[in-house]
Design a protein around this ligand. Structure first.
Ligand code: SF4
Ligand code: SF4
Length: 308
């Protein structure tokens, strides 16, 4: 069965390593998660997936490439690549459910799956951004890649434009993958490329200063000192990934759901300025951009520089 994953790894289900837990607790304690209150909630579960699925013995992690083949020209209004196509939550989740079914694992939220999978079915929990799990940590732990100084998961010879999905399960494997060492070396491109200082030091992302957070999750005004750094990008920010030398290996996704529509790719600056709520609903039907809501995207568009 072809499910469209570029990488897959497995690790034992156990509490996250103490140094990672301490770093996460400091990150939240210092308020670097901004107003994303959900990051500060369910901390115990986030740091110990067995509290999410008591029977869990293994963590299966998958990665799906979203690097777009057709991209907006530099002189157009920009969106982060991940927002080009359909909402990845649904795509990754449905593929993970298929992977689970192929391994006789059923999601405990769908008890009827147990009956379908038979008496030898294993309990599982599909996690794709909606369950408190440290996806990048588990991707690293499962040998898929390393966490770069820009905080992205980097897959060797493939780059960082990947969605991650996690499947917790009671299924045990005879062998597990081992974590990968970092290949960032002396490079600091991402630290230098970040326009807002959100990456003030390696591996420390201050979400409250990050344009991805400020233009998407943040519901209030974007502070002027950060708004002036947006340039012609109105949704998200890929700068600390685009400058990463490992992304020279990125190849376009074959997943049609992640491709941008012709209408989106042809939008002019003028059309963005005159975007109505109806246009927004049509352009972003089934898209992750719905997260910012029309008012959020409108706020960002209104911050575009006068001259482009
Ligand atoms: S996404 Fe943009 S603002 Fe956020 S850390 Fe990366 S470069 Fe900085
Ligand atoms: S830009 Fe350089 S330092 Fe940053 S994540 Fe990529 S390799 Fe690592």
């Amino acid at each position: 069965m072809r499910l469209g994953f570029s990488a897959c790894g497995v690790s034992r289900c156990e509490p996250v390593e103490q140094k990672v837990a301490d770093a996460f607790l400091s990150w939240v304690g210092e308020g670097r998660h901004g107003t994303m209150a959900y990051m500060a909630g369910n901390v115990e579960k986030r740091l110990n997936p067995s509290l999410l699925l008591p029977s869990a013995r293994s963590v299966i992690v998958v990665a799906m490439n979203y690097y777009p083949e057709k991209r907006l020209r530099d002189d157009q209004v920009q969106f982060a690549y991940y927002a080009y196509g359909k909402d990845y939550h649904e795509v990754v989740r449905s593929r993970l459910l298929k992977l689970a079914a192929s391994l006789s694992i059923y999601d405990i939220r769908h008890r009827e799956g147990a009956a379908c999978a038979g008496s030898s079915a294993y309990e599982g929990l599909v996690c794709c951004d909606t369950v408190p799990v440290l996806e990048r940590y588990w991707a690293w732990k499962s040998g898929i890649g390393w966490i770069g100084k820009n905080s992205s998961l980097i897959i060797p010879h493939a780059g960082s434009f990947f969605f991650l999905g996690v499947l917790l399960t009671e299924l045990e494997f005879t062998e597990y993958d081992v974590p990968m060492v970092s290949f960032c070396g002396n490079c600091e491109n991402c630290l230098r490329s970040c326009p807002t200082g959100a990456l003030s030091s390696a591996y420390h992302l201050d979400a409250s200063r990050c344009l991805s957070y400020l233009t998407i999750e943040n519901r209030g005004e974007i502070p002027p000192e950060y708004a002036e750094k947006m340039g012609n990008t109105v949704y998200g920010c890929d700068r600390c990934q685009l400058c990463c030398p490992h992304n020279r290996f990125a190849t376009p996704t074959e997943e049609v759901a992640f491709a941008a529509s012709d209408e989106f790719l042809s939008m002019t600056v003028e059309q963005w300025h005159s975007l109505t709520e109806e246009d927004y609903r049509r352009l972003f039907s089934g898209s992750a951009v719905k997260r910012a809501k029309y008012t959020g995207l409108r706020r960002n568009i209104d911050l575009l520089p006068e001259e482009q």
